[in-house]
Design a protein around this ligand. Structure first.
Ligand code: PGA
Length: 266
């Protein structure tokens, strides 16, 4: 794992956007894995800015989102499709036909839908860079604690903690879905690079468990310890429970020298 500890959330977003911009400017057919939630919003703001001000082109990009609520209308304001349109897709020149979310309506078989999503990812050549957030309970995507470490895209029932954490986004009288389709942990581990962003003290315990804890289904993000190229970008608050911070800061300075000379990717 490459652990990068930065001063504040703005620096985290800035760093993450450098990875994305490098990928899409260097690769002919880049495949991006995207995430929803509060944390990546500032990354998307930076990407929109780089499109508007630096003419960064997204027309050749294919994207796959981590998750989507089960049986939600794609026009519903709470759907992750609308979230992505509002924060990114409608503001850049990506071809919306090449943007994918793991949908499943009431009349569709979630197992068939999950398999079809995996096939679409494979058909696109696999995900080059998967953006991730982390839940306070250690989830990645909607892979809640106790998720199988070998899981693929499938339907999951959300935990009370996740429902509680996300309830801030729903109005009092609004229906909050309790199930979602999500890429599995194995789907995420198959991405060539993963970049996890975490900010704020409410993530500090999950971040510490992910980096230094045992590999365990109780902290699904700990599965990233098995990934060949996992980049963990933290602000100081999210890193606050990590021992060995001096080592991570020093190792990152050394790493950045290599990145400067050879670029971020292999
Ligand atoms: P957040 O969610 O960015 O809204 O904190 C992260 C996640 O649950 O993956």
């Amino acid at each position: 794992m490459q652990v990068i500890i930065l001063e504040n959330p703005e620096e985290v977003a800035q760093h993450a956007s450098q990875w994305v911009v490098e990928l899409i400017t260097k690769k002919a057919k880049p495949v991006l894995g995207l995430a929803t939630g509060s944390t990546p919003i500032s990354l998307y703001k930076n990407l929109v800015k780089s499109h508007q001000e630096d003419q960064i082109d997204f027309s050749h990009v294919t994207s796959f989102n981590l998750d989507e609520y089960h049986n939600i209308d794609i026009a519903n304001e709470q759907s992750y499709r609308v979230f992505m349109k509002n924060h990114l897709f409608d503001k850049i020149n990506i071809d919306q036909k090449n943007t994918h979310l793991p949908t499943c309506t009431q009349n569709e078989n979630p197992r068939v839908q999950g398999l079809a999503y995996e096939e679409k990812i494979k058909h696109a050549g696999g995900i080059d860079l998967q953006i991730l957030g982390i839940g306070a309970n250690g989830h990645i995507g909607f892979n809640e604690p106790t998720s199988s470490l070998r899981s693929k895209t499938r339907i999951k029932t959300l935990t009370q903690q996740t429902l509680q954490d996300n309830s801030r986004l729903f109005k009092a009288d609004e229906y909050q879905p309790t199930m979602a389709m999500t890429m599995g942990i194995s789907t995420i581990l198959d991405a060539k690079y993963v970049l996890l962003m975490a900010t704020g003290t409410n993530k500090a315990t999950a971040v510490n468990d992910m980096i230094t804890g045992p590999l365990s289904a109780i902290c699904p993000a700990s599965a990233l310890q098995l990934h060949e190229h996992a980049i963990i970008v933290l602000d100081k608050a999210a890193a606050s429970e990590l021992a060995n911070q001096e080592y991570f800061i020093w190792a990152n300075e050394e790493h950045q020298k290599i990145n400067k000379t050879y670029g971020f990717f292999l």
